[in-house]
Write a protein that binds this ligand. Structure first.
Ligand SMILES: [Zn+2]
Length: 351
């Protein structure tokens, strides 16, 4: 069950996910899904803050008056399952051997699993400790070392890039989430599902496993996208980007970020540049300015950063790729964008 504190935090606060600017629709969807105690997968392209959004559920914010969404919790000391004294789930705590409890922070209740093809069921569920097995017997519960799914008990299980892990593991996870038990070797393990599951995936990642229909049927998807407006993206860049001792005028930033957004919207472009590209240009143009021993970032500083920041972050559609090298495409596009920017005096028609 969802903790009272989390429920109150979701309902009470004006801004529950302060580290993510914009994407208000996605934030609302996530809140709604959490309130309804659904398993969630945040879906979207890389570099838009999926992980940050998920972490925000657990992470304390720096603002003093904003409560942590995932408050500290009381657990039984020494228990690897993070058992709560009121409702112990592991066999050892159930026997009531250990009574001492300690408090863990919200961050410690946030368990992260990085999806990868090498991930095993043992990572997720646990394994038999050979040394303990010698002492307690190989089939004893004491010999079992719990995996991450158990550590997430009473907290959040965050599964980053879910669709990168093998299909076999998806099935193990599904069994654990749905049936509350899992089979590992000769063990039949019962799994608590007193945790919130948040996954992420990039639907365009071609190196990944397809999630089966049976699997996705168990989740609600929260769709995140690139920042919805030029203004929001500029705000993100100003806030998250490294600021050197150089003045970056608002007009020039509109040009730089507006250009990245125009490339994103360009129908010739297959793989789109993320917010990291906007951040990259912001930081590199300042560095170019410093190298030029100047105090104010110039058009030339931005122009000089374009290829190095953007060329590897985008991919042109095959029909365009063979006619024009990517660097040439970028140089021409930037020139054209800057010209129309100067003519209209604004963002060159970009949003
Ligand atoms: Zn325990």
């Amino acid at each position: 069950m969802l903790s009272k504190e989390l429920k109150e935090a979701l309902l009470g606060q004006k801004e529950s996910f302060p580290d993510i600017l914009g994407n208000d629709a996605a934030k609302k969807q996530l809140k709604s899904a959490l309130l309804a105690e659904r398993h969630v997968i945040i879906v979207g392209p890389p570099g838009i803050g999926k992980t940050t959004l998920a972490k925000n559920v657990a992470k304390l914010t720096l603002a003093k008056n904003v409560a942590k969404l995932l408050p500290p919790a009381e657990v039984i000391e020494g228990c690897e399952y993070h058992c709560s004294p009121k409702n112990p789930i592991c066999p050892v705590c159930r026997q009531g051997k250990s009574k001492k409890s300690k408090t863990i922070s919200g961050a410690e209740r946030f368990i992260r699993i990085q999806g990868s093809p090498d991930l095993t069921a043992e990572d997720l569920l646990g394994d038999i400790d050979p040394v303990k097995a010698l002492t307690f017997g190989s089939l004893s519960v004491e010999a079992f070392t719990p995996g991450k799914i158990f550590k997430a008990n009473n907290g959040i299980l965050f599964f980053d890039e879910l669709n990168r892990c093998p299909e076999k593991l998806q099935n193990a996870l599904l069994q654990a989430l749905e049936e509350h038990h899992a089979t590992l070797g000769s063990y039949d393990i019962s799994v608590p599902t007193n945790f919130i599951f948040i996954g992420t995936m990039n639907p365009d990642d071609s190196s990944t496993e397809k999630l089966s229909d049976v699997f996705v049927d168990r989740f609600d998807f929260v769709y995140m996208d690139f920042p919805e407006s030029l203004a929001v993206e500029k705000e993100i860049v100003r806030e998250k980007g490294v600021k050197e001792d150089a003045v970056f005028s608002d007009e020039l930033l509109t040009l730089a970020v507006g250009f990245v957004r125009s490339i994103r919207d360009d129908e010739k472009v297959e793989k789109k540049p993320s917010v990291r590209a906007s951040l990259g240009i912001f930081e590199r143009a300042q560095a170019n300015c410093l190298l030029g021993k100047r105090k104010t970032v110039s058009y030339g500083d931005v122009e000089e950063s374009i290829i190095s920041v953007l060329a590897h972050r985008i991919r042109l559609k095959p029909s365009v790729k063979y006619l024009k090298p990517i660097k040439e495409f970028l140089r021409e596009s930037f020139k054209k964008f800057a010209e129309s920017f100067r003519e209209t005096g604004q963002d060159g028609g970009s949003r």
